[in-house]
Design a protein around this ligand. Structure first.
Ligand code: PLP
Length: 466
């Protein structure tokens, strides 16, 4: 892959002009606009491989794959050509009213072939949020059709992120999101997450990882019993929680969760929006953790973010009921199965296979990332390091030995994120937890470069904290 020098075409506007126009008109997602205006938004103008460039010509290593999505990296001509071909032939047609398009059928077929056993059907959306809205409707419809309409509650986890629509934000467990707009909507409840570090001074005190994993699963069973098992429709969770801070659960957690879902006949929804398409070293995160979901949410990596596409893989348990007993499912989007998005997804999946990325993550780059990140454990700011495939977290601590945290008012994670940016690295901060999820095309040498930049940012953060 080419890594050209920053040879920006002469911008039609200066950075300051772009910033002023942005501040005047663009309301950004999850952004404090006053704070942004005082700092000036960063203008990203192009990308190649694992790097992006800003309007000042700075090269930045994108250790977050955009928003966990650019799995094949930037600048892949095969995806561009697939979009152009499809746009030329048939830019749009819908999948309502007894019509289909060959490209949407081909993608549905391909996804069914890639999915674990028992998944033959897909419902397309534009995003992960819409896919999780779809899940909520699907599971309620399923239980209605089975004559158990009292099964309505969906259990999720605190600190989960499942998207930003009303239903998806409710399924998520982010208090700041719930505080705005009266969320969650009724029928959605949350249990604790298998985050040993976060519980180190409480529930996890004195427990080894396995015991803590079983305890966290027990929280689910306790909730089911408190609600009454016959009122619970489904449990939704990411195999490895991403936006919550790359929380890799103890090995004992998922087998217990699966046992509990089986025992009470509760549908399991695996949100694969981040974990899907190779991120954890298997095609699906549920394959890495060993769960057997009934529904899988996907988005992001299915097109490597080149165009929007999401959906739900619907397992046969649900699909059969919906198809054989359901009549019309009153749900869908103008762009469900959009031909251009499907064409890009097919090209993207073919490229992931051609480059052997899933195996590379599992056997080569994932283990290498874990090894390199482990070298940061000696840093005076680092309390813990966790990774799974190509997603990882570096937990900052005031006193790594005891795990004592920084005063949240110091916003050490945000300071570290700023030092990353200034040093040419995009890394995300979730509180004081620094996270990475680089494009799956990253090489060992690039991982070395990335971890070097992380250490540099940690050093600068430490200097500032003193
Ligand atoms: N589910 C998970 C696990 C996610 O990480 C995200 C987005 O980050 C979503 C759902 C929502 O996806 P989208 O932003 O495409 O609506």
């Amino acid at each position: 892959m080419r890594h050209p020098e920053p040879d920006l075409p002469a911008p039609r506007r200066t950075t300051r002009e772009w910033q002023a126009a942005d501040a005047a008109h663009f309301l950004h997602p999850f952004t404090d606009h006053q704070a942004l205006a005082s700092r000036g938004v960063r203008v990203i103008t192009r990308g190649e491989g694992i790097y992006v460039w800003d309007s000042e010509g700075h090269r930045i290593l994108d250790a977050m794959s955009g928003l966990w999505c650019v799995n094949v990296g930037y600048g892949q001509p095969a995806l561009v050509e697939a979009a152009a071909r499809q746009m030329t032939q048939l830019p749009y047609y819908n999948a309502f009213f007894q019509t289909t398009t060959p490209v949407a059928v081909a993608l549905a077929e391909k996804l069914a072939a890639l999915a674990p056993e028992g998944f033959q059907h897909v419902f397309f959306t534009n995003s992960g949020s819409e896919a999780n809205d779809t899940n909520l409707r699907l599971v309620r419809r399923y239980w209605d059709l089975l004559g158990q309409p009292e099964r309505r509650v969906v259990i999720s986890r605190e600190n989960a992120y499942h998207g930003s629509t009303l239903a998806a934000a409710s399924l998520g467990g982010m208090p700041d999101m719930h505080a705005q707009g009266g969320l969650p909507i009724p029928g959605i409840v949350h249990v604790g997450q298998p985050h040993q570090w976060a519980h180190r001074d409480g529930a996890a005190r004195g427990l080894d990882a396995d015991a803590f994993g079983r305890l966290a699963a027990q929280w689910l069973e306790d909730k089911i019993l408190a609600l009454g098992p016959k009122t619970v429709a489904a449990f939704i969770a990411e195999p490895v929680q991403g936006a919550g801070g790359v929380i890799v659960p103890p090995a004992s957690y998922w087998p217990e969760v699966q046992r509990i879902c089986d025992r009470y006949d509760i549908l399991l929804i695996s949100d694969e929006v981040i974990c899907g398409f190779g991120r954890t070293g298997r095609w699906w995160g549920c394959e890495t953790v060993g769960s057997r979901p009934d529904l899988m949410t996907f988005a992001k990596g299915v097109t490597s973010g080149y165009v929007p596409l999401g959906g739900v893989m619907v397992g046969e348990r649900v699909a059969r009921v919906l198809i054989e007993r359901g009549g019309e499912f009153e749900h869908g989007f103008t762009y469900s199965g959009h031909p251009v998005a499907c064409a890009v997804a097919l090209a993207n999946l073919a490229l992931i296979e051609e480059l052997d990325l899933v195996r590379r993550v599992r056997e080569d780059t994932g283990p290498w990332l874990a090894e390199r990140l482990a070298t940061l454990r000696d840093h005076p700011l680092v309390g813990d390091v966790q990774s799974c495939g190509l997603m990882a977290a570096v937990q900052l601590a005031r006193e790594p030995r005891t795990g004592a945290a920084f005063d949240p008012a110091h916003a050490v994670g945000m300071a570290c994120r700023r030092h990353c940016f200034d040093g040419g690295l995009v890394m995300r901060a979730v509180g004081d937890r620094m996270i990475v999820a680089p494009p799956l095309v990253i090489t060992r040498a690039e991982i070395d470069e990335m971890v070097g930049l992380v250490r540099q940012a940690l050093d600068r953060t430490l200097e500032e904290a003193r």
